[in-house]
Design a protein around this ligand. Structure first.
Ligand SMILES: NC(=O)c1ccc[n+]([C@@H]2O[C@H](COP(=O)([O-])OP(=O)(O)OC[C@H]3O[C@@H](n4cnc5c(N)ncnc54)[C@H](OP(=O)(O)O)[C@@H]3O)[C@@H](O)[C@H]2O)c1
Length: 195
């Protein structure tokens, strides 16, 4: 078992699935719900913090955590959507870049937003391995999250700088459109095929 300490803020569909999947490889995984004191305690103790809260909640979460995220790997798994399910930002910025601006001393990594929660604990739909797309401006932090995604069971792909979250966030929205609005359901996922 790996001993890296991981705090997952949000223990709903995404937080619960990631906690379940990561607990197979990491001995110190904790997921916490809405409670501010519990989130601050978990984040303070952790080396990797995964944000698995609704996008509109990020400001409150960041404000509550303050400097506790300084120097830490912060994984943004949110889909940058408004409460009425439209893309909240795009073209010239992304939710992840805005998060990095709010947390200048954190090592923000965008990942897991393009995968339905149902597959986050295994990285698979049936027997098919899904692709986890990982972007960050911090190369070492990105490699840590690539390894974490591989430990979950994904094929992990370096999707470049954090700026590419502008691309990953619409892919997450496309996944939601296909699954929920266009009737394909949640037993779907994206896989990068190499020739
Ligand atoms: N569902 C998916 O398939 C999927 C896939 C990829 C990415 N995402 C993204 O992942 C994030 C979480 O999605 P989810 O489906 O796991 O949502 P969820 O099941 O509703 O869980 C959200 C979690 O965030 C907590 N939370 C809500 N408001 C908060 C606040 N103001 N401060 C602190 N914590 C707060 C909730 O706590 P309480 O329950 O105590 O309120 C809950 O633990 C979203 O940004 C979503 O877009 C979802």
């Amino acid at each position: 078992m790996k001993t890296t300490t991981i705090a997952i803020l949000g223990n709903g569909n995404v937080g619960g699935a990631l906690a379940r999947g990561l607990a197979r490889s990491y001995s110190h995984v904790q997921s916490v719900g809405h409670d501010q004191a519990a989130q601050l305690k978990a984040a303070t103790q952790a080396e990797i913090i995964i944000l698995a809260v609704p996008f509109p909640a990020l400001d409150a979460v960041v404000k509550n955590l303050g400097s506790a995220l300084d120097g830490k790997v912060v994984v943004d798994a949110t889909n940058a959507l408004t409460p009425d399910y439209q893309l909240a930002v795009g073209f010239t910025t992304s939710g992840a870049e805005e998060l990095q601006q709010k947390l200048p001393r954190a090592r923000v990594v965008k990942a897991f937003n393009t995968v339905f929660a149902q597959h986050l604990d295994t990285g698979k739909v049936g027997a098919t391995t899904l692709t986890a797309l990982v972007s960050s401006d911090d190369a070492a932090a990105k490699q840590i999250v690539i390894t974490l995604a591989q430990d979950l069971g994904f094929e992990a792909v370096d999707a470049g700088p954090l700026k590419n979250a502008r691309l990953l966030e619409p892919v997450g929205f496309l996944n939601i459109q296909l699954g929920y609005m266009l009737g394909l359901g949640t037993q779907i996922g994206f896989k990068l095929v190499r020739g």
